[in-house]
Design a protein around this ligand. Structure first.
Ligand SMILES: N[C@@H](CCC(=O)N[C@@H](CS)C(=O)NCC(=O)O)C(=O)O
Length: 206
C-alpha cells in the first residue's frame, strides 16, 4: 500500500492527503515532521535528504516534493485532476507552479513569525513586507477567479484547486488586516463544500 510520510498539520502533506481522498487512492500515513517526529534522522534522510514532508513510498518507489507527488498520484490513478489535454494540463500546471514559486514564498516570513513563533523575535518590517507581497499575490488570484468562478482552471475541479484552496486556508489562518476578496471567498466556499476537503480545510491552523 502507498505510504505517505508527514504530519497532517502540514499544508504540503494536506495537499497529498486531500488529493488521495479525491482520487480514491488508499494509503497509510505515518507521522513525520516537527514537532511530532523530527525528520532529521538517518531513516528519514535516506528517503528525503531535505528533511521535509511529505514523502511517499509506493512499493519501494520514493518521491518527495508535494507537487511532484500530486502529479505522480494523478498519473498512477489515471485521474483527470491533472488533465491529459495539453492546454488544460498547462493551465493546471501553471497555477500549481505559481503557488509553489510565487505565492508560497510571499507568505513565508509572516507565517513563520505569526503561526510558528519562528523567528521568536521577528523583524516587523519583514512581516509587513511579507504581508504586502502576499496580499499582492492574492489580488492576482482574485482577478483570475473573478473570471473562472468555482474552479481555477478548465471549469472543473483539479489539482490546482487543491493547492490554491489550501493556500486560501492559510491566508485565513493568519490574523492581519485583509482586503475583501469575494472571488477567492467564492472559490474557497466551493472547496469547503467538497466532502474530501472537510478534514483539510476545517481547522484554522498551519
Ligand atoms: N517544496 C516542498 C516543501 C516541503 C515543506 O516545506 N514541508 C514542511 C512542512 S509544510 C516541513 O517538512 N517542515 C519541517 C518539519 O515539519 O519538520 C514540498 O512542496 O513538498
Amino acid at each position: 500500500m502507498l505510504r505517505v510520510l508527514g504530519r497532517t498539520t502540514s499544508i504540503n502533506v494536506r495537499k497529498v492527503l486531500w488529493a488521495a481522498d479525491e482520487m480514491g487512492v488508499v494509503y497509510e500515513r505515518e507521522d513525520w515532521g516537527n514537532p511530532i517526529r523530527d525528520p532529521n534522522v538517518p531513516e528519514f534522510l535516506a528517503l528525503n535528504p531535505n528533511a521535509l514532508v511529505p514523502v511517499i513510498v509506493d512499493d519501494g518507489f520514493v518521491l518527495w516534493e508535494s507537487h511532484a507527488i500530486l502529479r505522480y498520484m494523478a498519473g498512477r490513478a489515471g485521474s483527470d485532476l491533472l488533465p491529459a489535454e495539453a492546454r488544460e494540463r498547462g493551465l493546471v500546471d501553471q497555477w500549481m507552479s505559481w503557488q509553489a514559486s510565487d505565492l508560497n514564498p510571499a507568505w513565508s516570513y509572516v507565517v513563520g513569525a505569526r503561526l510558528r513563533n519562528n523567528p521568536p523575535n521577528p523583524d516587523e518590517a519583514r512581516i509587513e513586507a511579507s504581508i504586502t507581497a502576499w496580499t499582492r499575490k492574492m489580488h492576482i488570484l482574485e482577478r483570475h477567479l473573478e473570471k473562472t468562478g468555482d474552479f481555477v482552471a478548465n471549469g472543473r475541479f483539479s489539482l490546482a484547486d487543491i493547492v490554491l484552496g489550501l493556500s486560501t486556508h492559510r491566508w485565513l489562518s493568519v490574523a492581519f488586516d485583509k482586503p475583501e476578496l469575494p472571488a477567492v471567498e467564492t472559490h474557497y466556499k466551493a472547496m469547503t463544500s467538497r466532502p474530501a476537503a472537510a478534514a483539510y480545510l476545517s481547522e484554522r491552523t498551519p
